[in-house]
Ligand binder design. Sequence first.
Ligand code: ATP
Length: 235
Amino acid sequence: MPEPILNIQGLKAFYGDFQALYGVDMYIEPGEVLAIIGANGAGKTTLMRSVTGLLSNGPGQIHFQGNDISQLRADEVAMQGLAMVPEGRQLFPSLTVKENLMIGAQVGRQGPWNLDAVYRLFPILEERKDQASTSLSGGQQQMVAIGRALMANPDLIMFDEISLGLAPIVIKDIYAALPGIINGGMSAIIVEQDIAQALKVSSRVYCLQEGRVSLEGASDKVSREEISRAYFGIE
Ligand code: ATP
């Protein structure tokens, strides 16, 4: 097995007295697409935020490309080559599409992704580049959020619920862009509510339930029954 690009061991997370993660173990290999599924409140976003340094971590280890990143700030994690497309997109409303994309470039990493490459991936963004990001549709805003993460030229990109609130046709467009993103060897973690979609695009899947890993397996091997049990806790 190759050295994992990201290796999480025994990760715990707290909001005050409330414990949201109970010793999560998880890894992703270079070039792999990993899916994380789980019901509302299972801890998926908390896990993403812990890894990217947006939430100060409790006990546990997070190694990225061999380096311990568990105590790094979000900007330091980004510089190491890990980018997140956050749930809800979180664009800067007063900035244009192009200006939002350029935020990603501030990380200062070199690589294949620049404005031209993002515009080739999502041509509509070039047409709208000088418009306020708020004037775009939800799907187009999601494209900006993805483009902004790509502009940081990450080695691992994490998508937190990219299909949330989008129409099925738009979700299809967004997922159609995925091969163009990962073909260059980038690894990806996809957090998804849509289980079928998650299994379709990934090679391995983890299910979280109440802050614990309830299932880990190859996406084309896990059964519906295993997923139901892991997702809902139904015996
Ligand atoms: P969702 O699909 O709703 O985003 P999730 O799997 O991403 O769910 P988290 O958002 O990580 O779940 O939440 C995990 C647990 O932590 C939930 O019980 C949630 O209520 C709690 N939680 C999340 N954010 C906070 C916060 N800022 N303060 C207190 N508790 C929180």
